[in-house]
Design a binder for this molecule. Structure first.
Ligand code: SF4
Ligand code: SF4
Length: 202
């Protein structure tokens, strides 16, 4: 879930149409049309990555007339289907998969069951990937794949396919880094127990 009070706006007199903003936008909200960037306010998730990367300083923050909330209510889908999708992705519905927005697996799974087909769709619907965009990505792709969706990034996508999850690590990697207690974490995961964050102190 993410609450938005503002959005990006482009000053066309400064924009040179180099498309840098397009490449960093997590939702596909900003597009260059006839050599000028244009923001779709319905898709803008107010992350302001576009503003950070625009070397021409053509992008600014403007307030929204009304706040917008990006959220999907998991109670709107079949609970069995929701549970099954999370389980197939090795997740529990209550697992927080986006620490920046505190979005849980059940919200993302519900968005997929309601029709989201890409990371961009999920960002527009739930707000995931609109802050750091790092920790959530692997699990978002896992949920999409679990629903049978091809996660090959389309040309020009602002993300790449990753498959770095606890259950996918090779035994050689697990053995190589005993200080991260990955073997124990995998066993706990298989037993349905809480998995502590990897690291020597835990
Ligand atoms: S990064 Fe800035 S200058 Fe480049 S297309 Fe986007 S708004 Fe225009
Ligand atoms: S979602 Fe972020 S990167 Fe995309 S247009 Fe809005 S503020 Fe810019």
């Amino acid at each position: 879930m993410r609450k938005l009070h503002s959005m990006a706006e482009v000053d066309p007199t400064k924009c040179i149409g180099d498309r840098i903003c397009e490449r960093v936008c997590p939702t596909g909200a900003i597009r260059v049309v006839e050599k000028k960037a244009v923001v779709d306010g319905k898709k803008c998730a107010s992350c302001f990555k576009c503003m950070d990367y625009c070397e021409e300083e053509a992008i600014s923050v403007v307030p929204r007339a009304e706040p917008v909330i990006l959220r999907v209510d998991p109670s709107g889908v079949d609970p069995d289907e929701l549970q099954a999708l999370c389980g197939k992705a090795h997740l529990r519905p209550e697992d927080v998969i986006c620490p920046c927005t505190l979005t849980r697996a059940d919200e993302v799974a519900a968005a997929i069951l309601m029709g989201a087909r890409s990371p961009e769709d999920l960002s527009v619907m739930t707000g995931v990937r609109t802050a750091c965009g790092m920790w959530c990505m692997s699990l978002i792709l896992e949920l999409l794949r679990a629903h049978g969706i091809d996660t090959t990034p389309p040309k020009g996508a602002s993300w790449y396919d990753v498959d770095a999850a606890l259950w996918n690590l090779s035994d050689a990697v697990v053995r190589k880094y005993p200080e991260f207690r990955l073997e124990e974490a995998r066993r706990r995961l298989e037993e349905g127990l809480e998995v502590p964050a990897p690291g020597p102190e835990n």
